[in-house]
Design a protein around this ligand. Structure first.
Ligand code: AMP
Length: 280
């Protein structure tokens, strides 16, 4: 596996692959890799001839400096895992090359960035779309893979790719969960054993909602009340939002009459967790 730090080197490598007729598949990450990330890398190997994985903890998408500072890192293990999977390039750009002195450009997707996480993390999606647009210009992929664990992020990035005419395909992959249902996340490492147990209420709430719909309940307010009760019933949790919305526009619905996104963000102690499921 080749490790590339410089933007110009990354671009040269991708130009050469494209000229040789190879299809470049790309998985952007912030590292501290787990099975969720690795499922994207495996899918990338199917989607392309060569695979680039980036690791960059992007300061611009953290609305709290403390969250950025506490973000877990393990470079050695990440390298080992990626190399074992047959990744061709690990792209690990320096922050000084990403945002050099004088940097002043941002990419902002308007409507679909506003609800859900956008309403609670000001500037977050602006940071995401800016760094992803930059990474696309550096890696020049034919396909880029993202996880539905970050459902809104998938919607926002697809919108950006369409609106800015990026010549690549976005592939959204299903959420990978622990055996007990907790969605895998780099942030799970910050949970104490007791908090780890408590956090199961989030996946539990998604299941409860699906069961209600299965029993014929259609009213969003009733379903969301059950979700709130499931999460707030646990000590040490704070529900940030629970929303039932259209999976394409992210506009809230009042009735669940077709496949509907249930998106949840909740704090377990100092750790913010998100999860979602399309129900209906
Ligand atoms: P991150 O390192 O958190 O920025 O995530 C990098 C990519 O991995 C994003 O496309 C995420 O949506 C995806 N991802 C993170 N967790 C999971 C998961 N549990 N299942 C599937 N994809 C995931």
């Amino acid at each position: 596996m080749q490790i590339i730090h410089r933007v110009s080197e990354m671009q040269r490598w991708s130009d050469a692959q494209r000229q040789a007729g190879k299809k470049v598949a790309f998985v952007p990450t912030m590292g501290f890799l787990h099975e969720g990330h690795l499922s994207l890398v495996r899918a990338a190997k199917q989607a392309g001839d060569v695979v680039v994985v980036s690791i960059f903890v992007n300061p611009m998408q953290f609305n709290q400096q403390s969250d950025f500072a506490a973000y877990p890192r393990d470079d050695e293990q990440d390298r080992r895992l990626l190399s074992e999977l047959g990744t061709d390039v690990l792209f690990n750009p320096d922050a000084s090359e990403m945002y050099p002195d004088g940097y002043q450009t941002a990419v902002e997707v308007e409507k679909v960035s506003q609800p859900l996480c956008g309403a609670h993390r000001p500037g977050h999606f602006r940071g995401v779309t800016t760094v992803v647009a930059k990474l696309f210009n550096m890696v020049k992929p034919h396909a880029a893979l993202f996880g539905e664990k970050d459902f809104q992020q998938c919607v926002v990035i697809k919108r950006m790719v369409t609106d800015l005419n990026f010549d690549l395909e976005i592939v959204a992959m299903p959420t990978v969960r622990e055996a007990d249902g907790l969605a895998m996340s780099s942030r799970n490492a910050r949970l104490s054993p007791a908090q780890r147990q408590t956090s199961l209420c989030i996946a539990g709430a998604l299941n409860t909602a699906q069961q209600l719909v299965g029993q014929g309940e259609r009213r969003a307010a009733t379903i969301l009340r059950a979700v709130r009760d499931t999460i707030s019933g646990q000590d040490g949790t704070r529900l940030e939002y629970a929303s039932l919305c259209d999976p394409d526009t992210l506009e809230e619905v009042e009735k669940v009459t077709r496949p509907t996104l249930l998106a949840i963000a909740a704090w377990v102690g100092e750790v913010r967790l998100i999860d979602n499921r399309v129900i209906g």
